[in-house]
Write a protein that binds this ligand. Structure first.
Ligand code: TRP
Length: 354
């Protein structure tokens, strides 16, 4: 026996979703449902680490769920829910707080960036955020996690936690007969938690700011022109592409010609991702043309792909009770799986329950 392939991923409900979230994450989630069982979670509890008092949190949680569904995720075949509905995530986090070492969390670059200089004043939740993320994944014993490359370090931590748990409790796991055989390097060992693999990659995994090709497209960029929000209408999308920063050179005929031209490379990458093709084919098609010719083509393509998504999101958001129903149903199904894991975890670590 080995672990059954299972995909899990989470998106935090903070602010507007943009093209980077769509191409880097949500579109991959949609594709994976053809080949895998998938659990997609709106990680609302993670949002408390950023802003504790957050009046828009319920609507932002619904907006992510609406985006998942509008993009084509099927909440009946797969599971779509919000984290807070399944308290087993928090319970497993506590166990993982006791498995993970201070030194491991101290090395997390995202914590260092977010806490900034005033670390003493950062919340403990921000520090232990990666333990909650590991619990999100491992409470389902998920084997694959599609994420952006900024989450790679958190996935490594998730594997370190799984491995330490499997090692430290190897005798209990064997005595209770709850291990699953898996390969760790050359060796075959029995473990309770899988060593989860990140799924990173694809065209335009990193969508950059439209105003500065060296920065990631981000919801926190003060300039709204730097990003295409999934709720932007056709005129707004076209305007932002028209105003996107470029360089004066025409498009090259080979991708090597995009080197050191981050803005040009970004726009070509976005075109390739939206058209489901490669950057090579895009430059071959537009070789020698000016951006004044390329941009209208990109704008048409973006409007074509994104406008239906935006209107479907708006339609879903007009009926919050319907979205809440989907999240409730997903939560109930997720809870059954998570509780099965926790029953065994409690036995492994020695916590009495009913
Ligand atoms: N930390 C992730 C991010 O900021 C969100 C997240 C939370 C997540 N839990 C997860 C992603 C579990 C994948 C799996 O993007």
């Amino acid at each position: 026996m080995s672990f059954k392939p299972l995909v899990f991923s989470g998106v935090q409900p903070t602010g507007n979703l943009h093209l980077g979230n769509y191409l880097g994450a949500i579109r991959k989630f949609v594709a994976l449902q053809e080949s895998h069982d998938c659990i997609y979670c709106v990680v609302d509890m993670h949002s408390l680490t950023a802003t504790l008092v957050h009046e828009d949190l319920p609507d932002q949680t619904r907006a992510i769920a609406a985006a998942f569904i509008a993009a084509g995720i099927d909440p009946k075949k797969h599971i779509v829910f919000n984290q807070a509905r399944v308290m087993q995530h928090a319970e497993l986090t506590w166990v993982f707080n006791c498995v993970a070492r201070m030194g491991w969390l101290n090395r997390m670059t995202q914590f260092k960036e977010k806490a900034g200089k005033d670390r003493e004043n950062a919340s403990v939740g921000l520090f232990t955020y990666p333990d909650l993320m590991a619990a999100d994944i491992l409470v389902y014993r998920a084997t694959h996690v599609p994420v952006g490359d900024d989450q790679k370090q958190h996935l490594e931590l998730t594997r370190d936690i799984a491995q330490k748990f499997n090692n430290d409790f190897s005798k209990r796991i064997a005595d209770l007969g709850v291990g699953v055989e898996m390969a760790v390097g050359e060796e075959k060992v029995n473990g309770f938690f899988p060593l989860t693999e990140p799924l990173i990659g694809g065209v335009a995994t990193r969508v950059m700011s439209l105003r500065d090709g060296s920065k990631k497209m981000s919801k926190s960029d003060p300039s709204d022109l730097s990003r295409i929000n999934l709720t932007d209408d056709a005129d707004m999308i076209a305007k932002k592409i028209k105003k996107a920063k470029t360089d004066p050179e025409p498009l090259p005929s080979e991708i090597a010609g995009l080197k050191d031209r981050p803005e040009a490379e970004n726009l070509v990458g976005i075109y390739a991702a939206l058209a489901d093709t490669t950057k090579e084919k895009v430059v071959a098609e537009f070789a020698g043309r000016q951006f004044s010719a390329f941009k209208p083509a990109l704008a048409d393509l973006a409007v074509d792909k994104l406008a239906p998504l935006a209107s479907e999101m708006r339609r879903l958001m007009a009926d919050p009770a319907h979205i809440d129903g989907i999240l409730k149903d997903g939560g109930e199904r997720a809870r059954v799986l998570a509780e099965a894991t926790m029953k065994t975890v409690r036995r492994i670590v020695g916590l009495l329950d009913d």
